[in-house]
Every structure is written in C-alpha cells, then in structure tokens.
Design a protein around this ligand. Structure first.
Ligand code: HEC
Length: 112
C-alpha cells in the first residue's frame, strides 16, 4: 500500500515535470522572425512607392477589419516566416485587391 502511494506520487510528479518541461520550451522558444520583405514586387493598386510602415498599417487594418490572419490572403505560414506575400494564389487576395481598386476609384473621383 505504502509503495503504491509512493508510486502514485512519483508518477504524478514525473507527469507534472514532464508537462512543465514540454510547455517551457514551447513558451520560451524564440519564434521564427516574420519574413516580410522591405521591397514589394506585386503591387497593382497601391502605389509602388508605398513605404513598408504604410503598407503594414494597411495590411494590419485589413486583418483587423476582416478578423483574419495575413495568411488568409497571403500564401504564407501563420508565423509569417515562410511563403510569399507577392504571390497571387489566394482568392481572398484577389477579392481584396478588387475592393481596394474600387475604393481607390471612388475616392479619386471625389477629388475636385
Ligand atoms: C484581406 C486580404 C489581405 C490581408 C488580410 C492581408 N493582406 Fe497583404 N495584401 C493584400 C493585397 C490585395 C495586396 C496587393 C495590393 C496591391 O496589389 O496593390 C497585398 C500586398 C501585401 C504585400 C506586398 C507584396 C508584394 O511584394 O507585392 C505585403 C508585404 C503584405 N501584403 C503583407 C501583409 C501582412 C504582413 C499582412 C498581415 C498583417 C497582410 N498583408 C494581410 C491583401 C491582404
């Protein structure tokens, strides 16, 4: 009986420390840095002279507005470390581009 209890306690401890060990590296592991280019090669609506901070503001607004990750429109991994932002393979990107060009047209026609 005594040994049984000890074994139980030991097992629980091992499990707990294993779980702790497992979660520690996951939590402290340095995430791969996002791989966002500084120059843009496939802009069709936005001016090609757009700066990176400007583009990032627009892209973050996109993500916030549609409550999606960058990878919803872009062929990139969730942590943004792999893939290509320039790629046009995702239909959502094409739709978003259409939307952008519509907004662009209507705002430029508002100009005197
Ligand atoms: C709702 C869709 C959508 C979301 C979400 C989105 N983007 Fe974009 N992104 C676009 C579109 C559309 C373009 C192309 C604009 C154009 O053609 O002028 C673009 C272009 C880009 C480019 C330029 C690529 C190139 O080389 O031409 C980068 C970099 C980029 N996005 C980064 C991001 C990041 C980072 C996020 C997440 C914070 C993000 N995007 C979220 C739609 C989106």
């Amino acid at each position: 009986m005594q040994t049984h209890r000890l074994l139980c306690a030991l097992l629980t401890l091992t499990c707990a420390s294993l779980a702790a060990q497992q979660s520690t590296p996951a939590a402290s592991a340095t995430p791969k840095p996002p791989n966002i280019p500084d120059t843009f090669t496939n802009l069709k609506v936005l001016p090609t002279t757009v700066s990176k901070p400007e583009l990032m503001t627009i892209m973050k607004q996109f993500s916030a507005t549609f409550k999606v990750r960058c990878s919803y429109c872009h062929e990139v991994s969730d942590d943004l470390s792999e893939g290509s932002f320039a790629s046009d393979t995702k239909p959502a990107k094409i739709e978003a581009r259409k939307l952008m060009s519509l907004i662009h047209q209507s705002t430029s026609s508002l100009k005197p």
